[in-house]
Design a protein around this ligand. Structure first.
Ligand code: SF4
Ligand code: SF4
Length: 466
């Protein structure tokens, strides 16, 4: 459960006004006989203070493993790779240390060194300890021998490559990319999510600015292999440099690649909203993008997939944002398993029990333990979160103001959902479409009674799954 609240800076959502204007326009269009164009806009959402400038001004810095202890998670959700190394064994960077089955991505050593132990450890973004391999880095960062691998020439070969190179969704969900590719039934659109709509996060922004060419090459390869006619990158309008870099790189593309602006309005990067904005297609609750002809990937995932497919490189590092109350905010590329304590020193954050938020203030969570390590899905550390994320105020009774209804991007009725959740009324939760909730927290951050709406929906979903 969240112990903080990140408030919307705008009580009356712009989107509601925009929606009313759109309705009026549609009325007049019908009246004078003009067919209204398909709508790519969505209602709801909130304007948030971005805090992007804290960390987006400097280039990504690559951090070496030196002689640190790196603890590399083997487990994510219900999927766990089986360890295939033993304590005392020397491994090189890129060597397989955890082997997965047909649904579980493999895990690789993120530097060279000696295996110290295999056991439970906290990943920065997991609530419970997960199985992990701890390596003592030898400071050489020596790669294992990699036979030259040609880019896969069939979807099946790419699926196998993605699984064996450990590629997962880096936007937060950590879903195996191989399974997404395997389930992509003849998509005609490749949508790349570069929205990065959460405040504070700038790792995708810097990746797009600095590695635009590699991103376009990956998209080009993927579209060509899958026979996709059109690729669209969606980037929030608050990232003009990223958009410009992608547009320049896209000139060289062999396939059709467009760079499209997304509204700077949270949660513009939520999957159904991003798809709606970029294609006009509606993703029904519980449906997969493949069912509407879409393959959707986050920019960092596309980058990792490109490294694996075009260069035979396993996923052994990621870019993450260090921000908040620290002396050296910015973006760093770190080996997977890097300790958060070491990143605290890199960022010049206080070493005491300062609160640390992992991920963004809206969808992230507090660091589960001081000993936690960076996993493939850790995108951001916000230090001194209490300064930016004030402690949640006591909840009062619902005053039925319906602000939560106005801002919900999925057109739900959070106040009614909350009542049903409080009463553990699962039938009503189903009827009110709890399954469509994307847990964005727009309702909670707008509620004047400080009701923990989103947290109660998360809890109810878990209970209903059980
Ligand atoms: S839950 Fe909060 S925002 Fe929604 S109607 Fe009640 S008081 Fe208003
Ligand atoms: S009900 Fe769900 S989707 Fe709607 S605003 Fe709240 S958290 Fe977001």
């Amino acid at each position: 459960m969240s112990s903080h609240s990140f408030q919307s800076i705008e009580r009356m959502p712009v989107s509601v006004r925009t929606q009313r204007q759109a309705q009026q326009l549609s009325f007049w269009s019908r009246l004078i006989g003009i067919a209204a164009p398909p709508s790519h806009s969505w209602r709801g959402g909130i304007k948030l203070k971005g805090y992007k400038q804290l960390s987006n001004a400097t280039p990504i810095i690559r951090l070496p493993a030196d002689h640190l202890l790196l603890t590399i998670p083997l487990e994510r959700g219900r999927r766990c790779a089986q360890p295939c190394v033993e304590p005392g064994q020397y491994v090189r960077k890129g060597e397989v240390i955890g082997r997965g089955d047909a649904n579980t991505p493999w895990v690789h050593a993120s530097t060279s060194g000696t295996v110290q132990e295999i056991g439970p450890a906290f990943a920065a973004d997991s609530a419970e300890p997960v199985l992990a391999v701890t390596l003592r880095a030898d400071g050489l960062d020596a790669w294992a021998e990699r036979p030259p691998l040609a880019p896969p020439q069939s979807v099946e070969a790419l699926v196998e490559r993605a699984l064996q190179m450990g590629i997962v969704g880096l936007g937060g969900a950590g879903f195996p990319t191989a399974l997404k590719l395997a389930g992509a039934e003849q998509p005609d659109l490749l949508l790349i999510n570069g929205a990065e709509c959460e405040p504070f996060l700038t790792c995708d922004d810097r990746l797009m600015r600095e590695r635009a060419q590699a991103l376009i090459e990956s998209a080009d390869y993927l579209a060509h292999l899958l026979g996709i006619s059109q690729t669209r990158f969606g980037v929030e309008t608050n990232k003009p440099e990223a958009m410009a870099a992608l547009r320049e790189a896209a000139i060289q593309a062999r396939t059709s690649v467009q760079i499209r602006p997304l509204p700077t309005r949270y949660p513009a990067g939520g999957q159904p909203l991003m798809i709606k904005s970029l294609s006009g297609r509606n993703l029904a609750p519980g449906a997969r993008p493949a069912e509407i002809g879409v393959l959707a990937l986050n920019v960092a995932t596309l980058y990792a997939l490109g490294r694996a497919a075009l260069h035979g490189e396993p996923l052994v590092s990621r870019v993450l944002t260090l921000t908040g109350d620290c002396k050296r905010p910015g973006n760093v590329e770190v080996p997977i398993g890097y300790p958060v304590t070491a990143l605290r020193a890199v960022a010049g954050a206080r070493a005491d029990g300062q609160l640390t938020q992992v991920g963004g203030p809206m969808m992230g969570q507090p660091l589960p333990a001081p000993s936690a390590v960076i996993s493939k899905t850790s995108s951001c550390l916000i230090f001194a979160a209490e300064r930016y994320l004030p402690a949640a105020k006591p909840a009062a009774s619902c005053i039925r103001c319906t602000r939560c209804v106005d801002v919900c991007p999925m057109s739900l009725r959070p106040l009614d959902l909350y009542n049903a959740a409080q009463n553990q009324d699962h039938a009503s939760l189903q009827a009110l479409r709890l399954d469509a909730c994307i847990e964005c927290g727009s309702c909670s951050s707008t509620c004047p009674s400080n009701l923990p709406l989103r947290d109660s929906f998360r809890q109810s979903k878990m209970e209903m799954r059980r």
